[in-house]
Write a protein that binds this ligand. Structure first.
Ligand SMILES: C[S@@+](CC[C@H](N)C(=O)[O-])C[C@H]1O[C@@H](n2cnc3c(N)ncnc32)[C@H](O)[C@@H]1O
Length: 404
């Protein structure tokens, strides 16, 4: 092991944790009992539980096949081509240039996974999980992009020893090195590639923010790690009274500049190229947003960014942090807890960042000086959870004492 990743502390033991331990140990003994499996399948009251557990385990074992079925459908453009236009096997074999006998296996697998559905006259149409794939280009791009991660993880133990040396680490030029190379053409290509992917995949996150938080009290938003500016341009349409500042690395803001000009937003948006590792954040905004930025970076850098955000805000200013956060918290897991596994590994393959719980991020915000730190409830926490903090209008206690 030669790469220094953060090692966050895990929750300590409380009195209730002791009882939980005893209960979990008892459950483990029951699960391990040789006759429990047959007994519970024979009992109509417990059968569903054992079936569900077995199904979950089977899904874990076969997850790789599921992702590959998904990737094959994306690469064959099946979701877009079947949207409102179901087609039969012969027609699809002609379009995809695959033998009907093998294509049928793919189509039936996609049906089994809810991606496609069988329609009348032997035709295949979109299933409930296929519809969003036909409508949102960003999902297809993320599926294609995940291929890099799965390549890196092909041998999981080798990956754990070398996670920072794979294709994903290479994809993200800023996530390891303190200074990313922006001068050579290859380096510039990388900034364009990831910025396009981020713009394509940001839609769902932006919707979560816009439908959960009122921007009416603000006048100017500084978006830090703004990328090509999808959040800024959608917020500009949503809240016409706002002006914007965008902060990101110089090659990324060069892309953003073209985008802002094309959207007719140049008057309302000022661009501030720089690095939050080396430069202060510009002043002038009363709301600073950090969308999918903190999880890319180690704890020390996140603290630095939050401190710089605090320093750049006026008294009474607000910080809004939105990104995927851990769903499995010490007090109990949410239904979405399994998505944590994906983000733990994605962020490990990407660089020095990590998936944090909302509480960890809230503690970091408070340590930077923010008060009234709170979670903003949102409808789809898989895409992002949202945190808010204020730069308090109250005088710090020490100053208050010296004033009196
Ligand atoms: C994961 S992307 C998120 C972009 C956008 N906020 C979104 O949600 O799509 C992280 C952004 O942080 C920017 N970034 C990374 N390191 C940075 C640094 N040191 N200073 C300024 N921006 C940085 C990247 O260029 C990228 O645009």
């Amino acid at each position: 092991m030669s790469h220094p990743f953060d090692l966050p502390a895990v929750a300590g033991h409380s009195a209730s944790a002791k009882f939980k331990d005893l209960w979990q140990a008892q459950l483990e003994r029951w699960y391990a009992h040789p006759s429990l499996y047959r007994w519970s399948l024979g009992n109509p009251l417990t059968r569903w539980l054992t079936r569900r557990r077995t199904r979950k385990l089977f899904d874990l074992m076969s997850g790789f096949v599921h992702s590959q079925v998904l990737l094959a459908c994306v690469r064959l453009d099946l979701f877009r081509s079947l949207h409102h236009a179901p087609a039969n096997l012969a027609e699809l074999a002609r379009r995809t240039e695959l033998a009907p006998s093998v294509l049928q296996r793919l189509l039936l697998s996609a049906v089994a996974l809810g991606l496609l559905e069988q329609r009348s006259q032997g035709r295949f149409g979109l299933g409930p999980l296929g519809v969003p794939l036909a409508q949102h280009e960003g999902i297809a791009q993320m599926i294609e992009h995940n291929h890099l991660l799965y390549q890196d993880m092909q041998d999981p133990l080798q990956f754990l020893g070398n996670a920072w040396r794979g294709s994903m680490a290479d994809y993200w030029p800023y996530a390891h090195a303190k200074t990313a190379s922006t001068s050579d053409a290859h380096g510039a290509d990388k900034f364009t590639r990831y910025s396009e992917l981020m713009a394509a995949s940001q839609g769902f996150v932006v919707q979560e923010i816009l439908s959960s938080y009122f921007f009416s009290e603000h006048r100017c938003v500084l978006d830090v790690g703004a990328g090509r500016g999808r959040f800024v341009s959608e917020l500009a349409a949503h809240a016409p009274h706002l002006n914007f500042m965008m902060f990101d690395l110089p090659p990324v803001l060069a892309l953003a500049q073209k985008n802002m000009r094309a959207k007719g937003l140049s008057e309302r948006v000022s661009l501030h190229p720089g690095s939050f590792l080396d430069d202060p954040l510009p002043q002038g905004a009363d709301l600073i947003s950090l969308v999918r930025v903190a999880h890319d970076h180690p704890d020390a850098v996140v603290r630095q960014i939050l401190q710089k955000a605090y320093d750049a805000l006026p008294v009474g200013g607000t910080i809004l942090l939105a990104e995927p956060m851990a769903q499995s918290e010490p007090e109990g897991s949410s239904d979405d807890a399994s998505v944590d596994a994906y983000f733990h590994f994605y962020l490990l393959a990407m660089g020095d960042g990590r998936l944090r719980t909302p509480q960890e991020l809230m503690d970091m915000m408070q340590a930077a000086g923010f008060t009234h730190v709170e979670r903003v409830p949102n409808a789809m926490p898989i895409h992002a959870q949202i945190l808010l903090g204020r730069k308090s209008k109250c005088l710090p206690f020490e100053i208050e004492k010296s004033v009196n």
